[in-house]
Design a protein around this ligand. Structure first.
Ligand code: NAD
Length: 276
């Protein structure tokens, strides 16, 4: 049995708030939906990235190499479509509400997102299981450099200039050399997990531990279709946690709050703690 609410339907919201209020340890597990209202498109929703750039071509390194050879201009468009919205984004009221949870209860964020917006919102413990576009690693996966949001904005502007010009791919590679390429120290790339690659460590192990030890899990904006990330709510539920879902189309969870992150999360956290 599960409770489903529409946006401001009081009963499941009150129930979810009561669980949060009495929780000892909360984990918030987020997907692309939490950042949709910051202007970063999800992958699977209508108009999402995968509708224009199918994952069998653009989701893994082999496919990207093929596109680079056969359709270089399209690869440049894909890189721009990924980079530009993340470079321009700011945390929304959903990210901020999640960060504010930490003032009431020990809270950990596990995210599938690569956009760094939870940290920008002030969340202190964030396990990025698919890595981060703002972190650069060498070919052994060792961290070499952190980029700021301003760095990303500068890169997106350079890429924008390269897009419309003759030989856009070599120009794009030059524009993005801080993100990936080869220099005197060897190869470097953003620390993001493509299909077929191992999840980021130690983030994944820490995420599994946190999920197995929480008593409430808030699931926000994820279709839970990407494995093994989709196991995270399973770990929580099988350890006895209450799983509360916030999503316009909630498909999982014992309490389902139907609506967008920016509408539901501030309301949920106010209801849980302002009346405490
Ligand atoms: P998904 O695209 O499969 O699903 C998005 C989910 O968000 C859906 O359930 C949708 O109903 C919900 N949603 C849409 N708008 C919302 C809103 N305003 N508020 C709350 N929920 C909303 O996303 P996924 O499950 O995270 O899987 C996609 C994979 O792609 C992830 O693993 C992630 O690594 C990556 N990704 C990351 C970003 C990012 O970093 N911001 C963006 C797109 C994709």
């Amino acid at each position: 049995m599960h409770d489903v609410s529409n946006e401001f339907d009081g009963e499941p919201l009150a129930k979810a708030a009561a669980h949060l209020r009495s929780a000892q340890r909360v984990v918030v597990f987020t997907g692309a939906g939490i950042s949709a209202e910051s202007g970063i498109p999800t992958f699977r929703d209508a108009g999402g990235l995968w509708t224009t750039f199918p994952p069998d071509q653009f989701g893994h390194m082999g496919g990207l190499m093929q596109v680079a050879l056969n359709e270089p201009r399209r690869l440049v468009e894909f890189l721009f479509a990924v980079l530009q919205p993340i470079a321009a984004a700011e945390p929304n009221s959903g990210h901020l509400a999640i960060a504010s949870l930490e003032t009431h209860v020990p809270a950990t964020v596990i995210t599938q997102n690569i956009d760094g917006l939870h940290q920008d919102a002030g969340s202190r413990t964030v396990h990025e299981i698919h890595g981060s576009l703002l972190e650069i690693v060498d070919r052994h996966g060792k961290h070499t450099r952190h980029l700021s949001r301003d760095d990303l904005r500068t890169l997106a502007e350079s890429l924008q200039r390269a897009r419309g010009r003759h030989l856009p791919l070599p120009r794009a590679m030059l524009a993005l050399r801080k993100l990936f390429g080869i220099d005197l120290r060897g190869m470097h790339r953003p620390n993001i997990v493509l299909f077929g690659e191992s999840l980021a460590e130690p983030a994944w192990s820490r995420a599994v531990d946190a999920a197995s030890e929480c008593d409430v899990m808030l699931l926000v904006g994820t279709s839970a279709e990407v494995f093994p990330a989709a196991m995270i709510p399973e770990y929580a539920a099988s350890a006895g946690a209450t799983v509360i879902t916030v999503d316009p189309f909630p498909a999982l969870g014992s309490i389902r709050l139907q609506g967008t992150a920016t509408k539901i999360l501030p309301l949920l956290i106010d209801t849980a703690f302002d009346s405490a």
